[in-house]
Design a protein around this ligand. Structure first.
Ligand code: SF4
Length: 262
């Protein structure tokens, strides 16, 4: 799953600001003088830069109600939002409500969602979720994490997307592939497990920022901090980032330039 920016994104915003926000290097040292990636001042600087760089980012999955967002998010597993957005119009036309989908057999859905990958499992999840919503929730998508997790095919990531993007509830943080990768690059976590990453992020990021943080990071992952060859030279977070796979380092460039002068 990914997000889109309402206004500008990374490069433009970074260029517009005309400067890099570096944070205070002294502020990210622990009392013993060691670099502390989770120092509140460093985390605040990262959040501030993300917010300023990606103002107004929203979920890129097309939807008009909670049910459509739930369906689109289930389909987005291991698939791009662009692909999901190509598939959902026909799906929503044929099965406009949970009631309509609950009456279908998974095999009937498969041709419509085949291009999103893992289509057999996704078809089962969608029909299973529709039946559960109809039988146990009066046809309405539930609004709590606990209840959403009862639906087939729904884990915390999907529940967080629906809660945050439709109901405006920041009960957790969406950890998709972008949040996973970038949180590790920024040393906000060292874990490789999405549940653990979410728990660790929830400890260092203020709850009021949980929804937008995920939107911003997901967008950052699409426009600058890609899995392969991130565009670090254009990244407004670059001076705060020590990722091993950075493709540009201002500090190293300064050192090189100094060496040349000597
Ligand atoms: S400097 Fe590079 S690796 Fe670090 S956050 Fe920016 S784009 Fe990603």
């Amino acid at each position: 799953m990914a997000m889109q920016a309402k206004k500008s994104a990374g490069t433009k915003a970074a260029k517009k600001s005309g400067k890099r926000l570096t944070g205070d290097p002294a502020a990210v040292k622990s009392s013993r003088g060691k670099f502390n990636p989770l120092a509140p001042e460093r985390v605040s600087a990262i959040l501030e830069i993300l917010e300023r760089t990606y103002p107004g980012v929203r979920c890129a999955l097309h939807h008009e109600n909670a049910w459509q967002l739930l369906v689109a998010t289930i389909l987005s597993a291991q698939c791009t939002d662009v692909r999901v957005n190509l598939v959902t119009p026909a799906l929503f036309k044929k099965y406009p409500t949970p009631e309509a989908l609950a009456k279908a057999e998974p095999v009937e859905l498969e041709p419509l969602i085949r291009s999103t990958g893992f289509f057999r499992n996704k078809a089962k999840s969608l029909v299973g979720a529709a039946r559960k919503v109809v039988q146990d929730f009066d046809g309405q998508v539930p609004e709590t994490m606990e209840e959403l997790l009862l639906l087939p095919g729904v884990a915390r990531k999907t529940a967080n997307v629906v809660l945050g993007s439709w109901f405006g509830r920041g009960d957790g943080i969406v950890v998709d592939t972008h949040v996973h990768r970038i949180s590790r690059r920024l040393e906000l976590t060292a874990s490789d497990d999405p549940s653990q990453i979410e728990r660790e992020l929830m400890k260092v990021i203020p709850q009021a920022r949980w929804i937008d943080f995920a939107h911003e990071v997901i967008h950052h992952g699409r426009v600058l901090c890609m899995a392969r060859a991130p565009k670090c030279v254009e990244c407004p977070l670059e001076t705060l980032c020590h990722a091993a796979d950075k493709t540009w380092s201002t500090v190293e460039q300064h050192k090189l330039a100094k060496g040349k002068k000597i």
